[in-house]
Design a protein around this ligand. Structure first.
Ligand SMILES: Nc1ncnc2c1ncn2[C@@H]1O[C@H](COP(=O)(O)OP(=O)(O)OP(=O)(O)O)[C@@H](O)[C@H]1O
Ligand SMILES: [Zn+2]
Length: 730
C-alpha cells in the first residue's frame, strides 16, 4: 500500500501520513508538491504532498485515505519545496502553514489547478453556414467576424479587440457562435522584447553595470546610490543582458512603491513583457501572474513582498529595490523577510541578486563590509541634478502657526511664487494626535489600548490607531463634563487645512493612508502632482517612498523630534532613512532643492551627523554604535511575545520560557518587558528578546524551547508568537 506524507495548514509542527487508495483516479500522476484533499478531525482539508514514500510505524490499515488529488501538476516545484522547508526551519513556523503562505490565495482553497485556460470563439455546431451568411448580409462587422471564424477559432480577447464586444455579443445572441475553453498557447515573450535605450550610463553607473554583467552565477550586489543617482537605470541595463539570454527577472519593490509609472518605465524600455503583482489585484489576477511566470509567458515580474514565492520557468536575476523598506518583512503569520528569501533563492538557483537603496539597511551594509556582498556605489545624482541641501531649524521658543515656523512659511511663499512645489512631512495622520479637556486635563483614551484617540475631522470621529476603534467626537469631557475641549499637536488634516487657508491661491493635496485607501486613488494623486495640479504636498511616510517629483524644491519635516525618541534600537536608522528618502524627493530635476528639519534638539549628535555628513557617513557611525553595543547585525535576535487579558498568565509563560532559555550559556535573555504598545484591544502585551552571537545557535535553542512551550499548560490559553530577526518591537 502506498503511504504519503502530507503537510496541512494547521498550527501544529508536524506532518501526517495518509494512504493512497488504489482506486483514486490519476493516482499515477501523483507527485510531491501537489495538493490533495484529506480528512482531518471531522473536516476535509487541502494539504500538500511532501513525501511520496513515507515509511510508517503505525498500522497502515488504520491510516486515513486521501480523498482526491487536486492538481494536474505540482503547485510547488522541488526548488520551492526546498525553499519552504528552509523557511519553516528558519522562522520556526509550522511547515503546512508555511507552504500554504507561499501559494496564491486561490490555490490555498479547494480550487482545482489546471493549465492556464483561455476562452475561444468558434462557430456553433449545427449552424447552416449559407443561411447564416444570408442573415448577416446587413451587419458588416458581424459578417466579417463570422467569416474569420470559418478559417480558425479566435481567442475571445483577440475577437473583442479586433471586432468589438458588441459584435461578439450580437453573434452570441443569434446563437451563431459558441465559447470553448482551451489551454492558452505559450506566449513567447522573447518575440515581444524590444530594447529602447534612453541615455548612456555615467561613469559610476557603467562600473556597476559591467561588474554585475560579468557575473552569471550567484553573487549579491549591494547597490548603494544616493537618491536620484540612477539606480533604476542600472537595473534596466543589467536586465537587458539577462533578457537577451532568454531568462526572466524578478523585481521586488515596497508595497507602496509599485506605481504604474514604475511598470511603465520597464515596459517602455523592453516592450510588453512585464507583469505586475501587488495587493490591488484580485485573486484571479494574481493566479494568472503566477501561471504566466511559471509558464515563462512574461520576461519581467515586478511585485511586492509575496512575489518572492512565484514560480519561474527560467529565472536569471532577482532585484530588491529599496531593500531597506520595512514592508519586505511580513508582520503576521509566517514572519519572513523577502530580502532573506531572495538571497536563498539566488543561492539555490545560482543567479545574481541586486539589493538597491539610497539608505541601505545596516544588515546589508554589514554584509558588504564583511565581503559577503559586493559593494557598488553611485555617489552623485544622475544628469544635471544635485542633492538638496539639508538644514536644521531650532524652533525652541519660536511662535509657530500650526506647528510651522514663520521663516518656513516665507520660504514656501517664495518657492510657490516661482512655480515650484513644496513637500511637508507630518508624522501623524488625522487632525490631531489627542483631544484634551481644558478644565481637568483629561485625555480621551481608547479603553482597550489605554492610548489617546486621534481626532479625525474629515471622518468626524475619534480613532484609535492601535486597534481601529472609533467613537463620535464628544461635545464635553467624559470626566468632568466641561465643554472646553482642545486638540494637542498636528496631524496631516490640520496642516492641510491651515496651509489651504494660508496659501489660498495654491492647491494642497494630502497623501496618507486615509486619502489613498485604494491603489488607484494613490496613482491618481501622484499623477496630478506630476501634472502640477497641486503645489503643496502634505503627507506621512508614504511621501518618502521612491516617488519622482521633479518640481519639488522645498521640503519640510514638521517635527523631527517625534522620530528621534523611541525605545526601538533601530529608531535612529529608520529616522535617517526616512529623512534621507524624503529629502531625496526634492531637487530631482534641474532645480536645486532645500530641506528644513524643525527640531528642539539641533545639537543632537546623530542629527548633526546625518545633516552634515549624509546617510553614508551617518550609517557607518550607527554601525559602529551597534558593534559596541553588540546589537544586530553584530548579533542575532529572536522575539517571544505573549498577550492576554490576564497579566499573570503572560508573565508566568514568559518567565517559564526565560528559565528554560537561561540554561543556554551562549545566549542572553532580556525581559519579560512590556511591548511598546503595552495594551492593545484589552490584552496586555509582554516580550522576551533572546540574543546570541551565532545565528545557528539561536535557532537551535529556540527550536528546543518551542517544543517545551508548545506543551506548556498556558500555551493554548494565551496568544503568543516567535519572531526571528524581529524588525518591530511595537
Ligand atoms: N546616465 C544618465 N544620464 C542622464 N540622466 C539619467 C541617467 N541615469 C538616470 N538618469 C535620470 O535621472 C533620474 C533619476 O534616475 P533613477 O530614477 O534611475 O534614480 P534612482 O536612483 O532609482 O532614484 P531613487 O532611488 O531616488 O528613486 C531619472 O529621471 C533618470 O531618467
Ligand atoms: Zn484601541
Amino acid at each position: 500500500m502506498k503511504v504519503v506524507q502530507v503537510a496541512i495548514p494547521i498550527p501544529l509542527r508536524k506532518q501526517f501520513n495518509y494512504q493512497v487508495p488504489e482506486e483514486l483516479p490519476n493516482i499515477l500522476s501523483l507527485k510531491v508538491g501537489m495538493r490533495v484533499l484529506v480528512p482531518f478531525s471531522n473536516k476535509k482539508l487541502v494539504g500538500i504532498v511532501c513525501d511520496l514514500d513515507a515509511s510508517t510505524d503505525v498500522d497502515e490499515t488504520k491510516l486515513k485515505s486521501i480523498e482526491a488529488i487536486l492538481d494536474e501538476f505540482p503547485v510547488l516545484s522541488s526548488h520551492l519545496l526546498v525553499l519552504g522547508v528552509w523557511l519553516a526551519d528558519y522562522y520556526l513556523h509550522p511547515l503546512g502553514e508555511t507552504l500554504f503562505s507561499m501559494l496564491p490565495a486561490k490555490l490555498r482553497k479547494h480550487e482545482k489547478l489546471t493549465e492556464l485556460n483561455q476562452t475561444y470563439l468558434k462557430i456553433a455546431e449545427n449552424v447552416e453556414r449559407k443561411d447564416a451568411l444570408l442573415s448577416l448580409r446587413r451587419a458588416k462587422k458581424q459578417l466579417a467576424l463570422f467569416r474569420a471564424l470559418f478559417d480558425h477559432s479566435l481567442s475571445l480577447s483577440e475577437a473583442k479587440s479586433e471586432y468589438s464586444t458588441q459584435t461578439v455579443k450580437a453573434l452570441e445572441e443569434k446563437k451563431l457562435i459558441e465559447y470553448e475553453e482551451r489551454i492558452a498557447p505559450k506566449n513567447e515573450w522573447q518575440h515581444a522584447l524590444s530594447i529602447e535605450r534612453a541615455f548612456d550610463a555615467n561613469v559610476e553607473q557603467a562600473i556597476a553595470i559591467s561588474t554585475i554583467n560579468k557575473c552569471s552565477t550567484y553573487a549579491t550586489f549591494l547597490l548603494e546610490g544616493v537618491t536620484g543617482s540612477g539606480k533604476t537605470e542600472v537595473y534596466l541595463q543589467v536586465i537587458e543582458a539577462v533578457l537577451k539570454k532568454r531568462q526572466q527577472v524578478l523585481i521586488l519593490v515596497p508595497e507602496i512603491g509599485l506605481t504604474p509609472q514604475t511598470a511603465d518605465r520597464f515596459q517602455r524600455r523592453f516592450g510588453e513583457i512585464v507583469a505586475m503583482m501587488h495587493s490591488g489585484l484580485s485573486d484571479s489576477q494574481r493566479l494568472c501572474v503566477w501561471h504566466q511566470a511559471r509558464r515563462g509567458d512574461v520576461g519581467i515580474v515586478i511585485g511586492t513582498r509575496s512575489s518572492v514565492f512565484l514560480p519561474f520557468e527560467n529565472l536569471g536575476m532577482i532585484i530588491v529595490d529599496e531593500e531597506h523598506d520595512d514592508s519586505f518583512k511580513q508582520q503576521d503569520g509566517l514572519r519572513y523577510h523577502a530580502r532573506d528569501l531572495a538571497v536563498f533563492r539566488a543561492v539555490k538557483l545560482n543567479i545574481p541578486l541586486i539589493l538597491g537603496s539610497a539608505t541601505p539597511s545596516l544588515e546589508s551594509l554589514h554584509n558588504a563590509n564583511t565581503q559577503k556582498y559586493h559593494h557598488l556605489t553611485l555617489s552623485n545624482r544622475a544628469g544635471n541634478a544635485s542633492l538638496p541641501s539639508q538644514h536644521l531649524l531650532n524652533i525652541t521658543g519660536q511662535q509657530l502657526q500650526c506647528g510651522i515656523a514663520q521663516g518656513i512659511l516665507d520660504k514656501m511663499a517664495i518657492q510657490l511664487a516661482e512655480g515650484n512645489q513644496v513637500l511637508i512631512f507630518v508624522n501623524r495622520r488625522g487632525f490631531a494626535p489627542s483631544l484634551i479637556c481644558h478644565q481637568c486635563g483629561h485625555v480621551e483614551t481608547c479603553v482597550g489600548c489605554e492610548s489617546p484617540f486621534t481626532m479625525h475631522k474629515i471622518a468626524g470621529n475619534l480613532q484609535c490607531h492601535r486597534c481601529g476603534n472609533q467613537r463620535y467626537i464628544p461635545h464635553k469631557c467624559s470626566q468632568c463634563g466641561n465643554t472646553d475641549l482642545s486638540t494637542e499637536g498636528q496631524g496631516t488634516e490640520q496642516v492641510e487645512g491651515f496651509l489651504s487657508a494660508y496659501f489660498s491661491n495654491y492647491s494642497c493635496v494630502r497623501i496618507d493612508s486615509d486619502s489613498t485607501r485604494s491603489k488607484a486613488r494613490l496613482n491618481e494623486i501622484l499623477e496630478s502632482i506630476n501634472n502640477n495640479k497641486h503645489q503643496i504636498l502634505i503627507g506621512t511616510q508614504i511621501l518618502s517612498k521612491g516617488h519622482h517629483f521633479p518640481n519639488v524644491t522645498l521640503g519640510l519635516v514638521l517635527n523631527l523630534d517625534a522620530l528621534l525618541f523611541s525605545e526601538d534600537f533601530r529608531a535612529a536608522e529608520k529616522m535617517g532613512q526616512l529623512i534621507t528618502q524624503l529629502s531625496g524627493r526634492a531637487g530631482r530635476a534641474n532645480k536645486q532643492g532645500e530641506v528644513w528639519l524643525q527640531t528642539h534638539q539641533p545639537q543632537h549628535p546623530l542629527v548633526q551627523d546625518l545633516v552634515n555628513n549624509g546617510f553614508m557617513s551617518f550609517s557607518r557611525s550607527l554601525l559602529e554604535e551597534r558593534r559596541a553595543a553588540n546589537l544586530p547585525p553584530f548579533s542575532f535576535q529572536a522575539l517571544l511575545r505573549a498577550e492576554s487579558q490576564h497579566l499573570d498568565r503572560v508573565l508566568e509563560f514568559l518567565n517559564y520560557a526565560k528559565s528554560m532559555l537561561a540554561q543556554f550559556i551562549n545566549a542572553k535573555v532580556i525581559g519579560p518587558l512590556p511591548c511598546v504598545m503595552e495594551k492593545k484591544q484589552g490584552r496586555l502585551r509582554y516580550q522576551l528578546v533572546i540574543q546570541s552571537d551565532h545565528r545557528g545557535y539561536l535557532l537551535s535553542i529556540m527550536q528546543q524551547a518551542l517544543i517545551e512551550l508548545d506543551n506548556h499548560k498556558l500555551s493554548s490559553r494565551i496568544r503568543w508568537l516567535v519572531d526571528m530577526q524581529p524588525q518591530d518591537f511595537s
